[in-house]
Ligand binder design. Structure first.
Ligand code: EPU
Length: 450
């Protein structure tokens, strides 16, 4: 699986052309002096995993699609560059700190996909469904993304085939055609895959006839995508359930859509407030967005309560305690919160068992947390954590987006200085995290390598 590397020739200029707000040279190391309580308001950005499919949905219509509350992260910049190469016009604007993107796909060139950009992100696989639906053809290098498991795309391909597409995979290239257009189909997903549900939804809205996606994923980001598609004129029922029904074939109009809050950023910052014994206001946060994690967090000693302005997070009076969690599809405990929660549990009283049931290799943060003094043993897909009194600062490497967040949390709570490298991973998923944490009292500085 591909590691991220921004030093591909021409990459910086392509990102700068597509996403001028992106700052590629804002320091390759992050130093955190731990032990300060985080206090204040931490603005929760639009959700990374919602905005990416929403950006792709603009390929389905020649009309303007405007997305508000767009998070300023590296994945958004990479996808913007990919869409630009496909012929999509991009217009960025900011109003009161809110980043908005208007996409215009009046002409789409399905052959313009850059292999090195696709290698950087998993969500590029969504281009397959959207390009097939709009252009009747798509050619895509195998998508990359975080090295957290096998990450097959067989459900995506089987679903598109059921809709009449011819799909071949050769030499790392996926080619798909549907010269006569896609047709509605009854599709049963073997597992509730987030990406496959989104890909098939994007394809189904322009297909002729009715598509039913059974055992669909129920992650809130899917309902956010469907809500935007409905605003564009698509006919979709069953939002938020395991069964989505799409009556396709209607030409889509444009839409204006406000991206939902990032529930993973929300849960991560709740952990940060409790670990540092501070108090954070998390605007637009809601407990229902956290699914089962809301109860798990309460059990671990995070006091989270809803107010009119969002959530307030702090450590409960009884302190942090070990808990057992198993990651599951929504509304189960989110795999994307597994690493940050592990960081929290390294300093909770007693023992915890963390089982990862979604991805095969999502414990790469364990070795890095151990460097900080964490007591963690991995047996297969379960990590057993024994809480220690205090982590200590260390030099650590980010290995994927959520591992990066876990190491930031460790650094905020540790005694002494923690220095992180591999920051592309952090940048992929988090919008201005350094600035937001500093504004809440963290001693955190980004710098270039000496
Ligand atoms: N799977 C298959 N075949 C398929 C599709 C999935 O075997 O065709 C397997 C995967 O290998 C995995 C499981 O099914 O073991 C679940 O994968 P899913 O398709 O649900 O995940 P995804 O679409 O690749 C999205 C998020 C991930 C998040 C997962 C689970 C985006 C861009 N990515 O990935 O986010 O962990 O859903 O919630 O939405 C992250 O943000 O750090 C991240 C990795």
């Amino acid at each position: 699986m591909m590691e991220q590397d921004i030093e591909v020739p021409g990459m910086k200029s392509r990102l700068a052309a597509a996403a001028p707000w992106w700052q590629p040279t804002n320091g390759s190391l992050l130093a955190i002096r731990g032990g300060r309580p985080l206090v204040g308001t931490y603005p929760i950005s639009g959700a990374k995993n919602a905005v990416l499919p929403l950006m792709v949905s603009a390929l389905l219509t020649p009309h303007l699609v405007t997305l508000r509350n767009v998070p300023a992260n590296l994945d958004v910049a990479v996808l913007a560059a990919l869409l630009q190469r496909l012929g999509c016009g991009l217009h960025w604007s900011t109003r009161g700190g809110d980043l908005a993107l208007t996409l215009s796909a009046d002409r789409v060139h399905p052959a313009g996909i850059d292999a090195d950009l696709v290698a950087r992100m998993r969500a590029s696989v969504l281009l397959l469904g959207a390009l097939l639906a709009r252009c009747g053809e798509a050619r895509l290098p195998m998508p990359g993304g975080d090295a957290i498991g096998l990450r097959a795309i067989d459900f995506h391909i089987a679903g598109l085939r059921a809709m009449g597409a011819t799909v071949t995979q050769e030499g790392g290239l996926i080619s798909a055609t549907a010269p006569a257009g896609l047709r509605g189909a009854d599709i049963l997903l073997p597992q509730p895959s987030v990406g496959a549900t989104e890909n098939l939804l994007l394809a189904a809205v322009l297909a002729n006839g009715t598509t039913t996606i059974r055992n669909a994923a129920r992650e809130p980001e899917i309902a956010d995508l469907a809500t935007c598609l409905v605003a564009m004129g698509a006919r979709i029922t069953g939002l938020g359930t395991h069964r989505l029904t799409v009556t396709g074939g209607t030409a889509l109009a444009g839409a204006v859509h406000h991206v939902m809050p990032d529930r993973i950023e929300l849960g991560t910052l709740a952990c940060a407030a409790a670990m540092t014994d501070g108090e954070l206001r998390l605007p637009h946060g809601r407990l229902d967005l956290l699914g089962a994690a809301a109860d798990s967090f309460a059990g671990a000693g995070i006091d989270l309560h809803e107010t009119d302005g969002g959530l307030v997070a702090r450590r409960a009076a009884g302190g942090l305690r070990g808990i057992d969690i198993t990651t599951q599809p929504f509304p189960g405990f989110a795999t994307d919160l597994q690493a940050p929660t592990m960081a929290l549990l390294t300093v909770a009283a007693g023992a915890s068992a963390i089982s990862e049931s979604i991805f095969e290799q999502r414990f790469r943060h364990v070795d890095e947390l151990r460097k900080m003094g964490a007591d963690i043993a991995v047996h297969g897909r379960t990590a057993r954590v024994r809480g220690v009194d205090r982590l200590r600062g260390a030099a650590v490497t980010c290995t994927d987006v959520r591992a990066a967040a876990a190491l930031v949390l460790g650094g905020l709570a540790a005694a002494g200085e923690t220095v992180l490298d591999g920051l592309d991973h952090l940048d992929r998923g988090y919008d201005r995290m350094t600035e937001k944490l500093a504004a809440c009292g963290a001693a955190i500085v980004r710098s270039d390598r000496p």
